[in-house]
Write a protein that binds this ligand. Structure first.
Ligand code: KG4
Ligand code: ZN
Length: 354
């Protein structure tokens, strides 16, 4: 029997199987991660080989360097994921992989490794969108959480407000018109000499500062769910350069705090407004910037004032990891979605499926 037929049969069988073990692979940026996830919510292992130290000296991710390091890491990460989960390769029911969005070369390493595994084990391959994976990170951290809810998606590549109507039904309420919020955090950090990735560094530094600069975000998007972060980013960069030209000091902690205050206010207020307008009393944050302590503080407090339940993933599931891909793949499988053929390729620009 050909692989395709066998995989399709097994996929259909798994939809009704009580326990499903998915081995999931994530390699879209600078983390090579493989996890084993049971029934979408129980993480048996989640191994992450991060390349942060390697890219730090370049001030950001260098795509070619990322691909090469994924190739070097992926086999041992796979072995470690099996060992830590205490399973053999024959125990795996399906392979899941991030096929986009992300860096082409980096994605291809995961996609090709996944195809090889699925083919050699004769099991289905499930293609998962990275942003959907970030949403599913919340199912791991909150076992009772179920759609519908509003999701504030904030990562290095995406910023959006989504209505998650069901596990596989998303509608976009708004998005960024220019930079993703993580990109803005990283850029501001870079201009004040903080190492990559800048988001967590700004978060730390802001704790020692005050909101002295009182930045404002563009008011033209006030009555929409869209965002724009390039204006504030440029304002900060220009301010730093102007002061440097005049030989004047600028307090970096105050700058970090002021930037973070303006950005998190905008994100939190629009997210809560989206809940109220959609009549939904659950708000979920997803993506790397979801790790930001001030954003979480603001969201938690605004949600409390508005009787909205607030969810955020555990810190280790906020940034890129394989487990979130395994969780999303489980819910795709249950709905009969995502079965990939062996001609699956990486799609750097895939975003949200409606
Ligand atoms: O979701 P993620 O790991 O990768 C993408 O899919 O893009 O997000 C990475 C982004 C980076 O821009 C990083 O600076 C930001 O998340 N980030 C944070 C924090 N932790 C990570 N931004 C602000 N505060 C944090 N604590
Ligand atoms: Zn991500």
């Amino acid at each position: 029997m050909s692989y395709q037929i066998k995989a399709k049969e097994k996929f259909e069988k798994l939809r009704n199987q009580e326990d499903v073990l998915i081995l999931s692979i994530e390699s879209s940026c600078d983390e090579t991660s493989i996890a084993v996830v049971k029934n979408g919510r129980e993480v048996l292992s989640n191994i992450i080989a991060t390349q942060i130290e390697i890219h730090r000296r370049f001030g950001g991710v260098v795509p070619e360097v990322a691909s090469r390091n994924h190739i070097m890491a992926i086999s041992s990460v796979y072995q470690e994921a099996l060992d830590k989960a205490g399973i053999k390769d024959s125990d795996i029911d399906a392979i899941a992989v991030t096929y986009g969005a992300g860096l082409m070369g980096a994605l291809l390493v995961g996609v090709n490794f996944a195809k090889g595994l699925a083919y050699s084990l004769g099991i289905p391959l499930i293609a998962v969108s990275h942003v959907h994976g970030h949403i599913a990170a919340n199912y791991i951290s909150h076992h009772a959480l179920k759609p519908p809810f509003i999701c504030l998606m904030v990562s290095g590549g995406h910023t959006a407000l989504l209505k998650v109507e069901d596990y596989n039904k998303f509608s976009m309420l708004g998005t960024t018109l220019d930079d993703a919020v993580g990109e803005a955090f990283d850029k501001v950090a870079r201009v004040i000499g903080l190492p990559y990735p800048g988001g967590p560094e700004i978060d730390k530094l802001a704790k020692n500062g005050e909101n002295k600069f009182k930045f404002n975000l563009s008011s033209s998007l006030k009555n929409t769910f869209n965002f724009s972060f390039s204006g504030i980013k440029t304002e900060v960069v220009n301010l730093v350069h102007n002061k440097a030209q005049k030989g004047e000091e600028i307090n970096h902690a105050d700058l970090a705090c002021s930037f973070q205050e303006a950005v998190t206010k905008e994100l939190a207020e629009k997210a809560v407004k989206a809940c109220k307008l959609s009549n939904l009393n659950k708000l979920v944050v997803a993506g790397g910037v979801g790790a930001n302590s001030r954003l979480k503080e603001r969201l938690a407090s605004l949600c409390q004032d508005n009787e909205i339940e607030f969810f955020s993933p555990a810190l280790k599931y906020c940034t890129d990891n394989g487990a979130m891909i395994g969780s999303m793949a489980y819910y795709m499988l249950k709905d009969g979605l995502g079965l990939a053929q062996l001609n699956l390729t990486a799609k750097p620009n895939v975003e949200f499926r409606g």
